[in-house]
Design a protein around this ligand. Structure first.
Ligand code: RB5
Length: 148
């Protein structure tokens, strides 16, 4: 589970910029510390240019958890999951966000900005941050994800 003493890594492309800014403000109001990896405007850019620095930082242990946002969430999740220790989950409601933590020990939440309302995305993020990995049989499965 994410601790409020930690810093959350947050990144987006142009399609996710407005949602990222909304989440940044709301998370700060809720007492979370956020590191904003950009992008910093709605100017068109390429999602891997943000997904790589964020996923790399999580992979190296600089952050335990991140949120990545693009139009669909798909490009961000595909890119982030290239890293060995990354389990990036594309979620668009509270239940998926909760299960991605409980069952998959997801460490990056990917959000589809063009397919989710801002308030719903905020709720999904808060649930993602507060939910613990269930371990047990799910640990066995997570341990089998890596290509040996
Ligand atoms: C940008 O138009 C869009 O392709 C991007 O935000 C994302 O949805 C890609 O997966």
């Amino acid at each position: 589970m994410f601790k409020k003493s930690e810093t959350l890594a947050l990144g987006c492309d142009h399609a996710g910029y407005e949602l990222k800014e909304f989440l940044k403000i709301k998370l700060a109001e809720t007492g979370y510390s956020v590191r904003d990896f950009g992008t910093y405007s709605t100017a068109s850019m390429d999602y891997p240019d943000v997904a790589h620095p964020v996923a790399s930082a999580v992979n190296e242990g600089q952050y335990s958890t991140a949120v990545l946002i693009c139009g669909t969430g798909i490009g961000m999740s595909i890119t982030a999951n290239k890293y060995e220790s990354i389990r990036a989950a594309l979620c668009w409601n509270n239940e998926l966000a909760k299960l991605s933590r409980e069952h998959n020990d997801a460490n990056i939440l990917c959000l589809p900005a063009r397919f989710i309302e801002a308030e719903k995305a905020l709720q999904a993020v808060l649930i993602f941050l507060k939910t613990e990995f269930a371990g047990g049989r799910h640990q066995v499965r997570v341990d089998k994800i890596q290509i040996k």
